[in-house]
Design a protein around this ligand. Structure first.
Ligand SMILES: *Cc1c(COP(=O)(O)O)cnc(C)c1O
Length: 233
């Protein structure tokens, strides 16, 4: 079932991504993270068969189950955490995720750093920002964001590769676009302020807004519904 669905949906998404890059005159790559949360293990297997190299999950437990089931059969798949991470799961998380998109507080950043140092590994992460200041969204807000991101980028063992954001839930394209543009400028401000970044990644764009996100500089889109259909859970 997922194979059939992806046969239709993946080429469409890839074409739309290419068209958005062309409109923006971009020649750099945009990574597709296929969001498999709420879908069965079979969705990850079908994604791998379709050539997808990264999947995103928003809950540690669900990702843990899928990865434990599949890790041996899909050694090349990258597993990304896109949802909120509780500090008490930091120890488990650093062994499970190839990239954590959702570092949303200084305390979580310090916990991840401490676990990375303890385990002698590098943890790869993005800092989640909330440039639109919506109360329902997590992430760093406002003028303090730059200062916090600079501090986080200096923590040992935690490699910050860039920023992640979610646009507000609105049909107003100009609001969505300005959220993405503000996130891109925030990354530039962090760099100018001396942040020790290991990349210039901007994780922006979901099923409803990934084309706008790419036009505004996204390097990583997180797409679920458009690829796999409505979620079961
Ligand atoms: C669920 C989720 C997505 C994917 O959303 P779709 O609308 O299904 O594409 C992307 N990013 C985050 C943070 C999510 O939680």
């Amino acid at each position: 079932m997922y194979d059939e669905r992806l046969k239709q949906s993946l080429p469409r998404v890839q074409d739309s991504m290419a068209a958005a890059r062309a409109r923006a005159g971009r020649t750099d790559d945009v990574r597709l993270v296929a969001v498999t949360k709420g879908h069965a293990v079979a969705a990850v297997e079908a994604a791998a068969r379709a050539g997808i190299t990264a999947v995103g999950e928003n809950r540690v437990q669900e990702l843990d189950e899928k990865r434990t089931t599949l890790a041996d059969s899909l050694p090349a798949m990258q597993w990304h955490l896109i949802g909120h991470l509780q500090r008490n799961k930091a120890r488990r998380a650093i062994t499970l995720f190839d990239l954590i998109h959702s570092v949303d507080s200084p305390r979580l950043a310090r916990a991840l750093s401490a676990e990375a140092v303890r385990a002698s590994v590098d943890v790869h992460a993005l800092v989640q920002v909330n440039v639109s200041g919506e109360a329902t969204k997590g992430g760093f807000e406002g003028d303090a964001a730059v200062e916090h991101i600079v501090e986080i980028s200096e923590l040992p063992g935690l490699h910050v590769h860039g920023l992640m954001t979610m646009a507000p839930f609105t049909a107003d394209e100009s609001v969505i676009r300005s959220t993405f543009a503000a996130t891109r400028r925030l990354l530039e401000r962090c760099t100018a302020a001396g942040a020790q970044l290991h990349g210039r990644e901007l994780s922006m764009g979901m099923s409803s807004d990934y084309e706008l996100a790419i036009e505004e500089g996204s390097t990583m889109v997180r797409i679920g519904t458009t690829l796999f259909g409505e979620r079961e859970t």
